[in-house]
Design a protein around this ligand. Structure first.
Ligand SMILES: N#[N+]C[C@@H]1[C@@H](O)[C@H](O)[C@@H](O)[C@@H]2O[C@H]12
Length: 450
């Protein structure tokens, strides 16, 4: 029997890891930085599991040089990270904090010196608290505040950063921060959620517009996509699935790519859904160089009239492995997602900007490597899924594992470990897991090691 041909990715395929500022840096107020809504939220009793905060977390703000060397040792050719807006503009607008800008400039220069392409996210949830005091994502002016901040970063770093991202997962900010109140800034208001979502997208559009005035490289939007599968073919379950898909997967992609919102959102939000001015949608729909897709899992959906606001709920799939977050391991969902984007939105260039899993990693035992076979299996199956979608015509340009390190997992605190490198939060010792060695071999062989 002939062996299957080895999986091979294009020679210019980006292989990276992803992180975010608040989750790995620590020192949130160092060197003139202004606090973020996440600094406030994590210091509010009861908001984060075990009372954890990211005051130290991975201490990347002080260990960035050796961390870049670790990335280089793994063979990464790219690294996705975010800028803490409040380090650069402590009040969110106006005064620039030179020390904050310098930190990110030094990080970019070291990455480039190690042959690692930076992919820079401008907003990964850590809004300056000073802007939240002015209404934050509920204030339409935030589109210009964000464009002003973005322009500062473009002018400083566009000569070295080839890949920019405006927002990371706007759905999580609107749903977690304004609809359900489980993430910063902790609001629970169905009238606020669509406005925050819309203003996030207006900010995205304003930043892309600002970039086109001076930028010479690529800029995109990162969305989380969780494909929805109807639990049955009943009208009720199919309608519930369409609502869930519109609310999470289309509410951000479609204004950005098509300049319109899915009709189902009127039903989801009811009287809370505003009539948006056409000029807003024209601002949001700016030409993009790529879409970043964060994929973790899927959802099987059934109708549930008691569920708010979607009247839909997910059905646990007991036949598959689940992560510590309760998410099903379902690599076929990544194939389906990538082909859905290809077919529905004209096959835009796509980067898998986050993909990874949190399993119970055994307490750290002394030794060069920590065994994490479930994560190795997850990465193998999902990177293979990316290749399958590419063979079927999807235009995928890169893959970023979430995450380089175990880190501060938002409201879960440090209880969930997504890293391919283990973090000992007492000693801050970094220990490679077997998933790091596996991923390193996949990169070195450009996929053949899968
Ligand atoms: N939960 N979880 C893991 C991961 C989170 O740590 C990232 O910050 C988000 O961009 C996205 O939600 C995914």
């Amino acid at each position: 029997m002939t062996k299957p041909a080895p999986i091979l990715f294009p020679k210019d395929f980006l292989w990276g890891c992803a992180t975010s500022a608040y989750q790995i840096e620590g020192s949130p107020l160092a060197d003139g930085a202004g606090p973020s809504v996440w600094h406030r939220f994590s210091h509010t009793p009861g908001r984060v599991q075990d009372g954890d905060t990211a005051d130290v977390t991975c201490d990347h703000y002080r260990r960035w040089e050796s961390d870049v060397d670790l990335m280089h040792s793994l063979g990464l050719n790219s690294y996705r990270f975010s800028i803490a807006w409040g380090r650069v503009l402590p009040e969110g607008t106006g005064r620039i904090n030179a020390a904050g800008l310098d930190f990110y400039e030094r990080l970019v220069d070291r990455l480039l010196s190690r042959g690692i392409q930076p992919m820079v996210t401008l907003f990964h949830w850590d809004l300056p608290a000073a802007l939240d005091d002015r209404g934050g994502w509920l204030n339409r002016d935030i589109a210009q505040w964000f464009a002003e901040y973005a322009d500062v970063m473009f002018r400083r770093l566009d000569d070295r950063v080839n890949y920019w991202t405006t927002l990371n997962e706007p759905w999580v900010v609107a749903d977690g921060g304004y609809m359900h109140g489980v993430l910063a800034p902790g609001h629970r208001n169905i009238f606020e959620a669509p406005r925050a979502a819309h203003h996030l997208m207006m900010a995205h559009g304003a930043a892309v517009q600002a970039y086109r005035a001076t930028g010479r490289n690529k800029i995109g939007l990162v969305v989380n996509i969780e494909p929805k599968y109807a639990a049955s073919q009943s009208d009720a379950d199919c309608a519930a699935t369409r609502r869930a898909e519109a609310y999470m997967n289309r509410q951000y992609l479609e204004p950005a790519l098509l300049g319109s919102y899915p009709e189902e959102l009127h039903e989801v939000f009811g009287e809370a859904w505003p009539q948006w001015p056409a000029a807003d949608l024209r601002l949001i729909k700016q030409p993009l160089d790529y879409i970043g897709v964060n994929y973790y899992t899927r959802a099987v959906v059934r109708s549930d009239p008691t569920s708010w606001p979607l009247k839909a709920t997910t059905v646990k799939q007991k036949q598959h492995t689940h992560m510590e977050t309760g998410w099903e391991v379902y690599p076929q969902g990544l194939v389906d997602t990538l082909l859905w984007i290809k077919d529905q939105y004209g096959n835009p260039p796509v980067y898998i900007t986050e993909n990874g899993a949190c399993f119970f990693d055994p307490p750290q035992v002394e030794g060069p490597v920590l065994e994490d076979p479930l994560r190795v299996d997850y990465l193998r199956k999902h990177i293979t899924a990316v290749h399958t979608a590419m063979q079927r015509g999807a235009d995928i340009r890169g893959y970023f594992a979430w995450s380089l390190f175990d880190n501060f997992e938002w409201a879960f605190g440090f209880s969930k470990r997504f890293g391919i490198v283990h973090m000992n939060y007492e000693t801050l010792k970094r220990t490679l897991k077997s998933s790091a060695h596996f991923y390193s071999k996949v990169i070195a062989s450009n996929g053949a090691a899968l």
